[in-house]
Design a protein around this ligand. Sequence first.
Ligand SMILES: C[S@@+](CC[C@H](N)C(=O)[O-])C[C@H]1O[C@@H](n2cnc3c(N)ncnc32)[C@H](O)[C@@H]1O
Length: 269
Amino acid sequence: MSLLGRLFYKSRKFYDDDFDWNSYTEDSYKRRIETDIESQFQAVAQNDQLGFDAASGHVTVSGSDMHPNHLLILEAIGQLQPKSVHEVGCGGGDHVANGQTLFPQIAFTGGDRGQTQLDMAMSRHPELKDAVALQDITMPLSRHWPRAEFVYSQAVLMHIHTAVSHFVGLANMVNLSDRFVLLMENYQCHNFIADIQNLRDGGHFDWPELYIYRFDGSTGARAILLSREKLDLPEIESDAQIREGLTASDRRLKRSDEDSARGIFGPKN
Ligand SMILES: C[S@@+](CC[C@H](N)C(=O)[O-])C[C@H]1O[C@@H](n2cnc3c(N)ncnc32)[C@H](O)[C@@H]1O
């Protein structure tokens, strides 16, 4: 290594998440909820505005539209009918609140690593006081974290790029779930399918079987659905399949490859 390289070696920036999560609520999230979501979509729906049609598997919303990604989450829950649902990185709590409103028979919880995010969730949805709690999904699995039949994230793992944290987050999500994991993320920000296959083959998941499906919402959104049981849905075997039709971002795809390359899996059986 050159002398200059040796001088700066210790202070080099290694890998980093997209945001400083300690100041994220003020820096970005509050503003983005207002400008990107609330200005165009219905973020929070009241009981009489939401409906689930079991025959079609579609969720209907009266008033203004719901964001397609958020609608898909509710549709997946409606179709799979888990007994319990947990959102990782629940932020302002809108999806937890909408889910609990639409499916009162299901127990909803949420976790987030940001106390200010949870404060925002409780101020938007005081009824969630006992349902949301601190949880850093990149920490070693805690037996205090809630287990659920359906665990999901929406716009969380896509922002995690520190060292091998996104692998830890993925493994924790699967190991906390008794039946399904839904990933509503930007599918160019990680090689989700390859990373999941490597974690599975390396023995990082507790599940004896793991099926990887594409789940489509009724208004154009798509998600990755991991299931312990076989379902009548299209199976996915590669990242190319979940990225089909998306405009490629070379910057994101390059970073995904770098993130994947840091994984040391297994050994395989
Ligand atoms: C883009 S926001 C999305 C929030 C929410 N899911 C939504 O759709 O409004 C990302 C969220 O992930 C949370 N987060 C980031 N890293 C996390 C981690 N390691 N464990 C749990 N939550 C995390 C952040 O605090 C933030 O609330």
